[in-house]
Design a protein around this ligand. Structure first.
Ligand SMILES: Nc1ncnc2c1ncn2[C@@H]1O[C@H](COP(=O)(O)OP(=O)(O)OP(=O)(O)O)[C@@H](O)[C@H]1O
Ligand SMILES: [Mg+2]
Length: 229
């Protein structure tokens, strides 16, 4: 078994509805992504990017195909585990266009929520969260509320939150869409560094071609399947 593989999809298909209202979105997508890689995922609007991420993230059930995450096959024409939630919590970090921080919790409490849900004790969770805030240059914001941070700072907190569980995979759906050019480049460079240093596989959806040079590979959805450029 190849230990470098973080994500492998084989003939992954997804359609919504049936009969006359059947919409095929992803058809026979097959690809392998290794640990340490930052992948840009591009396709036109409605092209199936979010759907693909949500299948990899064990949120959306595929119609057919196979998904392997690390050394575990999680989907083979059906979920192979009853606990997709557990896989999500333990293996995957999500980052979205909006930061989705909880507005009435301060930054450190936002970061320690998920580890505690995973039954990691509060002290360990807090230490990890503080390390991440330090790493992202916002250690002084630990006690601040999300409304007191800038857009870029909140997005860094959202990235920290995606990392707090030491995931093997990060799925980022247009993480820079709400940021200006300089902040966007900062965030993408940060993701690249995380991928490399922590051997995490990152798939980042982006509509911004200026972010592509910072990514290792570009994956496109073409004719509903995936191709690398
Ligand atoms: N739950 C659903 N039920 C029916 N159709 C859906 C559902 N979710 C997505 N779709 C359809 O699947 C297609 C792909 O949607 P998806 O959100 O994956 O596109 P996208 O590439 O992320 O687009 P965008 O760039 O606008 O975010 C669209 O035609 C959409 O209408
Ligand atoms: Mg989308």
């Amino acid at each position: 078994m190849n230990k470098k593989i973080a994500i492998r999809a084989e003939n992954l298909c997804k359609s919504f509805g049936d009969g006359d209202s059947l919409v095929e979105v992803i058809k026979n997508a097959s690809f392998t992504i290794n640990k340490g890689e930052l992948i840009a995922l591009i396709a036109p609007s409605g092209g199936g990017k979010t759907t693909l991420l949500m299948m990899i993230g064990c949120v959306e059930e595929p119609t057919s195909g196979k998904i392997r995450l690390g050394d575990e096959t999680v989907y083979d024409d059906k979920w192979l585990t009853r606990e997709t939630r557990k896989i999500r919590r333990e293996k995957i970090g999500f980052i979205f266009q909006a930061h989705y921080l909880i507005p009435f919790l301060n930054i450190i409490d936002n970061l320690t929520l998920l580890p505690q849900a995973n039954k990691i004790d509060e002290k360990t969770a807090k230490k990890k969260a503080e390390e991440l805030l330090h790493y992202f240059g916002i250690a002084d914001k630990a006690k601040a509320m999300p409304s007191q941070l800038s857009g870029g700072q909140n997005q860094r907190v959202a990235i920290a939150r995606a990392l707090v569980n030491n995931p093997q995979i990060i799925l980022a759906d247009e993480p820079t869409a709400a940021l200006d050019m300089q902040r966007s480049v900062d965030v993408v460079k940060m993701l690249k560094q995380i991928a490399e240093e922590q051997e995490v596989a990152i798939i980042m959806v982006t509509h911004d071609d200026r972010m592509l040079p910072y990514c290792d590979r570009i994956m496109k959805i073409k004719n509903m399947a995936t191709v690398f450029e």
